[in-house]
Design a protein around this ligand. Structure first.
Ligand code: SF4
Length: 394
């Protein structure tokens, strides 16, 4: 048996023997084959992926979604039982540190999870389409999804330079979206729509931008082009994945203002993914806080900012720059997220939490409601945890 070399100070359980690696890889191939076979079925009857919205005022409902990555060193549960709604005409902000599952949640909604390793394992994503039907995206065949992706659900990516194709002119790339998704579109009508969208997002001299290559534009202009492209088919839902991270502060403000204007004009909804709490406070109606693949708190923007309940959310709030010159050090949450391949059975925040109690090391906490819109997963607010706290006070 070959054993990997032990590195001093590193947990032995992180190392796998060659035999273990082979076993995991074999098991993964079996699981992946099963999922891929299911996805590649032809002529899937519509009844299999038609469903009903729980609340007809929502555009999207995530319901206990699990998206896993089957890697050679183990299974990474990137999204581990996520449930939240995106109501019509509202902005839902999804926050959390890198690797907490924000982007994988949005990629699951677009059916763009990196296959074959990445697979939606269970749960559903209900989507209220413009044709009046409600689809479960997790069961939808690929060819049907092509009609929704880019047309009804559009995505604005983080870095426009890598999302735009460097060898095609802006006009060609934008026209293609219209030609693909708008029935009966001609090259002339596609160009007219592209020009209209470039005007809508406030691009000066749209004719010149239409004929330009991505590298000829500034970062802010490229992000405007991405927004224009996302809007060109009148989507019901825009997923904005860190849309301002690559931009400087003044351009950030302009892009956020533009996104809000555009959302009002098309009466669409936005799923805004970011780790910037300032952006969330400015833009969102509802906030979902994720940690290590799970939702640990959700509520309206007022509830999350004025009365955060989960110690992680409280820590996030404390780590915002306060503008007070006396506070010369920023607060940071100590410690690290647990190893994603070997998640504990108890609260994932236990090793970093200043309020951790005995019960927190024994079981994962339930989501507790504080209002019809606000809930958090923490032992501080119920059962044994509440009892432990009260005993501590006596
Ligand atoms: Fe902290 Fe316990 Fe709440 Fe987890 S459940 S956040 S460890 S108090």
């Amino acid at each position: 048996m070959f054993k990997s070399k032990k590195v001093e100070g590193v947990d032995d359980s992180m190392y796998l023997t060659l035999r273990e690696e082979r076993r995991i890889s074999k098991e993964n191939s079996k699981i992946i084959r099963k999922f891929e076979k299911e996805k590649n079925r032809k002529n899937v009857p519509e009844e299999e992926y038609l469903t009903q919205m729980r609340d007809p005022s929502n555009v999207v409902e995530f319901d206990n979604l699990h998206t896993y990555f089957f890697t050679d060193v183990g299974t990474v549960k990137s999204v581990n039982g996520v449930s939240f709604d995106i109501p019509q005409g509202k902005i839902v902000g999804v926050v959390g540190e890198s690797g907490c599952g924000k982007s994988v949640t949005s990629l699951s909604l677009m059916q763009l999870v990196q296959a074959p390793q990445g697979q939606i394992v269970s749960g559903s994503i209900r989507y209220q389409a413009t044709d009046g039907k409600c689809y479960d995206i997790t069961k939808m065949p690929k060819d049907k999804m092509l009609k929704i992706r880019g047309k009804e659900i559009a995505m604005i990516f983080q870095e426009p330079m890598t999302s735009l194709n460097p060898v095609f002119r802006i006009g060609e790339q934008m026209d293609e979206v219209v030609l693909l998704h708008v029935e009966g579109a001609t090259p002339e009508s596609a160009k007219a729509r592209t020009m209209e969208m470039l005007n809508l997002v406030g691009i000066p001299m749209p004719e010149k931008v239409y004929a330009s290559y991505p590298h000829e534009l500034s970062g802010g202009m490229r992000q405007r082009v991405m927004i224009a492209m996302a809007l060109s088919c009148d989507p019901r839902l825009i997923i904005a994945d860190e849309p301002t991270t690559a931009l400087d502060v003044t351009i950030q403000a302009q892009i956020l203002e533009l996104l809000r204007d555009v959302k009002n004009k098309i009466n669409g909804s936005i799923m805004l993914i970011t780790h910037d709490l300032g952006v969330i406070a400015e833009m969102a109606d509802y906030v979902v806080v994720m940690y290590a693949g799970r939702i640990i708190e959700k509520g309206t923007v007022r509830e999350i900012f004025h009365s955060p309940k989960h110690p992680y959310t409280i820590g996030l709030m404390k780590s915002k720059p306060s503008g007070d010159i006396k506070d010369n050090r920023l607060y940071s949450i100590k410690g690290q997220v647990p190893n994603p391949i070997n998640m504990p059975n108890h609260c994932y925040f236990y090793n970093r939490c200043e309020k951790a109690m005995k019960v927190c090391s024994q079981e994962y906490p339930d989501l507790i409601d504080f209002s019809s819109t606000h809930c958090a997963a923490c032992h501080l607010y119920y059962g044994e945890g509440l009892k432990e706290q009260n005993e501590g006070k006596e």
